[in-house]
Design a protein around this ligand. Sequence first.
Ligand SMILES: NC(=O)c1ccc[n+]([C@@H]2O[C@H](COP(=O)([O-])OP(=O)(O)OC[C@H]3O[C@@H](n4cnc5c(N)ncnc54)[C@H](O)[C@@H]3O)[C@@H](O)[C@H]2O)c1
Ligand SMILES: O=C(O)C1=N[C@H](C(=O)O)CCC1
Length: 266
Amino acid sequence: MSNIKVVVAGPRGRMGSEALRMIEKHDDLNLVACLDMKHEGERIKDIPGLPAFDAKIFTDIDQCFQAVDADVLIDLTTPEYGYLHTKTAIQYGVRPVVGTTGFTSEQLAELTDLAEEKRIGAVIAPNFAIGAVLMMQFSKWAAKYFPDVEIIEKHHDQKLDAPSGTAVKTAELIKQEREKKQQGHPNEQETIQGARGANVDGMHIHSVRLPGLVAHQEVIFGSPGENLTIKHDSFHRQSFMSGIKFSIDHVMKLDVLVYGLENLLE
Ligand SMILES: NC(=O)c1ccc[n+]([C@@H]2O[C@H](COP(=O)([O-])OP(=O)(O)OC[C@H]3O[C@@H](n4cnc5c(N)ncnc54)[C@H](O)[C@@H]3O)[C@@H](O)[C@H]2O)c1
Ligand SMILES: O=C(O)C1=N[C@H](C(=O)O)CCC1
């Protein structure tokens, strides 16, 4: 499609503002509105630090979709609102491209069913960085040979959800290959609660939150006499933008919800 009409939810956020800069660089994308928590009725160009788009800001998603003809909603908000926005977009026939993380498996299942019922394409990807998608795929492959694995994810300290969406997705992919196993000593005991991190199917996820970090993950596989570490770092939020653009282009051709960019890549 040559002119895709896009709404961005969360335009003042770290990711939302980067998405606006990405849209500015693509002639085939047309920003028609934004969804924010404030600045009702103002224009994006009037918000300091944001690109000079004339797009109007709405604080109510129903009013937005009733007033504006949109093809795609890019959601980069919070787990609570990301879910509500995705559901509402599908109900209005607007295709969601969702980077927001922290959805429960029940919410993902509900949104998948809704998209199928409405025959609306949707993409929900916990990580739009191509390197991160490869890191997850390589980890899935390695898990076939190394069933002992721990995931260490590291993010900036303003992140709301833990573990990260990427770590949850990595564990899901690993689960598809790994023989079920409770790791560590069978009599292992935590003397301080949480010391061993989250337990997913017997494997452990550890979440680090520190200022200065962006988004980083190590997947460490252990076997007698050897370790394999698969590591990815996003040093800048630009790393997510080519995946968002790729998803916008693809979502226009979908009539189901796709969870994870790996399902769109060849
Ligand atoms: N999928 C990916 O590749 C990827 C990459 C980075 C971040 N993320 C996720 O994207 C989300 C946003 O991250 P961030 O670092 O930009 O956060 P942020 O806090 O910088 O931005 C979130 C923005 O959402 C806005 N917001 C909150 N509620 C809203 C509502 N009801 N309507 C409209 N706007 C609302 C806030 O005002 C804020 O500006 C998080 O869930 C994060 O985990 C995903
Ligand atoms: O900054 C964040 O928040 C990120 N969240 C994603 C996640 O939860 O996996 C990954 C990219 C950065």
